[in-house]
Design a binder for this molecule. Structure first.
Ligand code: FES
Length: 111
């Protein structure tokens, strides 16, 4: 299990996140994955439930398919971005661990 950021922790500037896109926050070595779609950002523990490996590439990028599905780069499990449920691949029946966020004044913070 990866650590969860304390409430109020600055995780990213909204303008620094790809849109749509996914990127590890620069907190605790990339322990939080941020997914941006427009002005909305969702946060997830950056750990795939299949084999407990990072959901991001070594450079911190996450893989979105059609801007709507997160794909694990290790074995290809896919996850929907509303509740984090696995929709295909070897993590079937599992889901991502959400990290509550707030987005205010262009800053993404842990809630
Ligand atoms: S570690 Fe993500 S699908 Fe295997």
């Amino acid at each position: 299990m990866r650590p969860k950021p304390p409430a109020g922790t600055l995780l990213a500037k909204l303008d620094d996140l790809p849109d749509p896109g996914a990127r590890a926050a620069a907190w605790e070595g990339g322990a939080v994955l941020l997914v941006r779609r427009g002005g909305s950002v969702t946060g997830w523990s950056n750990l795939c439930p299949h084999a407990a490996l990072p959901l991001t590439l070594p450079d911190g990028r996450g893989l979105l398919y059609k801007g709507e599905t997160l794909v694990c780069p290790v074995h290809g499990a896919s996850f929907e971005l509303e509740g984090g449920q696995c929709t295909g691949g070897p993590a079937a029946g599992d889901r991502l661990t959400p990290i509550p966020l707030s987005v205010e004044k262009g800053e993404v913070r842990a809630a």
